[in-house]
Ligand binder design. Structure first.
Ligand code: HEM
Ligand code: HEM
Ligand SMILES: [Fe+2]
Length: 456
């Protein structure tokens, strides 16, 4: 560790991983409810569990991004973080807000209260006071990081990272815009949801990947920077108007069907470019970095993001196809592999890279970490296939043959059993990962040398 304040990242990563465990466990419970419809129906209704699953996902991914920023910005701008106190205060606000959401939903508190009560829009269910807390925490973060970068060296990596983080924070303000008209409500809702994952978060992804490639492959900074700017431009060019693929059937004008189809098809390109970037860097790289687990996650991230977001996104993005598949299990298949490939794997890559450094050791438990990669990625891939098959059958029976929704669900049962099985593998993989990065066992893998196992 070159800078003392990089240590802040450690706290962020630990909280992120705790929420990651909660998130996948909640997913498993949801998966079982799909198999046995009455499971926990009194204690934990499906809609509450689903909210906890998706919101803990978003919160831990954001905490991971913040942690990544606190880790890499000092190294890039060659100075300490402006204020460590503010950074810990920001984390405390997030933890408090998360606890607030869980308690409010679990015990059904403050029903109907404007400020304290639940809000019912997918992903944006947090009560208003939590949303306000998120904005305050985001402002603290932006101030802290921007001050650090402004006073230090400015690199392409910090430029794009800051652009992404500022963008995502500003777009979150649309979470407060909630018109009564359902069509308008959805329009603004996608400003947050779509423009996050297919706009600003993509910039965060590209810059963190670029940082990892720089460190892990030893390729020249100029080469990495050129790729980074091209990817960022491609992401924004396609992603902003790509929002149109959510405007097909919500009452917006018909031209969105063409704008959405064309621009969202182009969204495949930046994801392809990120995959090409990662592999070309490794291929050209001169450095043989000992942290093989981080490299595996980084390459896995770029590859699975291309398939989950790019290929599985394109699968249902043309309006003629989406007319049939809208809101079926095809959507869930894509949602899972895209989030996992792009943002879960990205976080696990930077955590795998940074944790050994933060703990002041060489990379350790690499074999376990790599095993967790294959277990989780295999599980998520299998889950994507089962949901894609379920969605195809569902689309045909429901949208073509016109059968009733619940009758169709009965016929999909076997796919849901298989989805649960793959979910088990994912949860096991997650536990293994957390153990691998936290448990102190050193184990260096060097080319040509046998693994050393020191007395610990
Ligand atoms: C990492 C990037 C991405 C993530 C995390 C992601 C995630 C998601 C999620 C969670 C949904 C479901 C939203 C909901 O209704 O609750 C969704 C919907 C959708 N996504 Fe993506 N996505 C990504 C990239 C893409 C790309 C690149 C495309 C197109 C090529 C795409 C096409 C679509 C379409 C068409 C829908 C609407 C499905 C429907 O009509 O039900 N996505 N995405
Ligand atoms: C890190 C891994 C995971 C990620 C990134 C993830 C992500 C998501 C997302 C984005 C949604 C909303 C999907 C949509 O609107 O289409 C969702 C819902 C769901 N997830 Fe996960 N999930 C993960 C793990 C799991 C696991 C292990 C299971 C267990 C089988 C699971 C089961 C479910 C279920 C049943 C739903 C509700 C779908 C519905 O409403 O029909 N997830 N998840
Ligand atoms: Fe989208």
């Amino acid at each position: 560790m070159k800078y003392q304040t990089q240590k802040i990242a450690y706290a962020y990563f630990v909280v992120a991983m705790a929420l990651f465990a909660v998130q996948v466990t909640m997913g498993l419970i949801l998966g079982w409810i799909y198999v046995d419809g009455n499971f926990l129906s009194e204690i934990l209704p499906f809609n509450i569990g689903r909210m906890l699953h998706t919101n803990s996902l978003i919160v831990w991914l954001l905490l991971g991004f913040f942690g990544a920023a606190y880790y890499l910005v000092p190294e890039e701008s060659e100075r300490e973080i402006h204020s460590p106190t503010l950074a810990y205060l920001q984390l405390a606000i997030f933890v408090l807000g998360t606890a607030g959401v869980v308690l409010t939903y679990f015990f059904n508190l403050f029903e109907g209260n404007f400020l304290l009560g639940k809000e019912g829009r997918e992903f944006l269910e947090q009560p208003k006071w939590v949303k306000a807390g998120i904005v305050v925490a985001a402002l603290i973060f932006l101030f802290n990081i921007s001050m650090t970068v402004l006073k230090g060296k400015k690199t392409a990596i910090t430029n794009i990272l800051l652009l992404g983080l500022w963008g995502l924070a500003l777009l979150f303000l649309f979470a407060f815009v909630n018109p009564d008209n359902l069509g308008l409500d959805k329009m603004y809702w996608w400003y947050v949801v779509h423009l996050w994952v297919e706009g600003t978060w993509e910039l965060v992804m590209a810059s963190i990947l670029a940082f990892l490639m720089l460190k892990l492959t030893g390729v020249d900074r100029e080469v990495v920077e050129k790729w980074l700017y091209v990817i960022a431009a491609l992401a924004l060019f396609s992603g902003i108007l790509g929002t149109g693929h959510h405007y097909y059937w919500i009452g917006t004008p018909g031209y969105w069907q063409w704008i959405g189809s064309i621009f969202s098809s182009l969204e495949v390109i930046p994801f392809f470019a990120m995959m090409a970037f990662a592999f070309v860097m490794v291929w050209k790289g001169r450095r043989d970095h000992p942290n093989k687990a981080a490299l595996l996650w980084a390459l896995g991230c770029a590859t699975l993001a291309f398939f989950g977001a790019g290929v599985w996104g394109f699968l249902h993005t043309l309006h003629g196809v989406n007319y049939y598949t809208h809101g079926t299990q095809i959507t869930a298949a894509h949602g899972h592999l895209a989030f996992f490939g792009a943002y879960v794997s990205l976080n696990l890559a930077i955590i795998s890279y940074a944790m050994p450094v933060l703990k002041g050791r060489d990379p350790y438990n690499q074999v376990l970490n790599m095993a967790s990669f294959w277990l989780m990625s295999g599980g998520m891939t299998f889950m994507t296939f089962t949901l894609t098959f379920a969605g195809t059958v569902q689309t045909h029976l429901q949208r073509v043959n016109g059968e009733m929704y619940m009758d169709v669900q009965d016929q999909l049962w076997i796919f849901y059993v298989m989805r649960f099985g793959s979910g088990l593998a994912v949860v096991l993989g997650a536990v293994l990962f957390i153990y691998a990065v936290l448990a102190p066992r050193r184990e260096v893998i060097e080319p040509g040398a046998a693994a050393r196992t020191p007395a610990e």
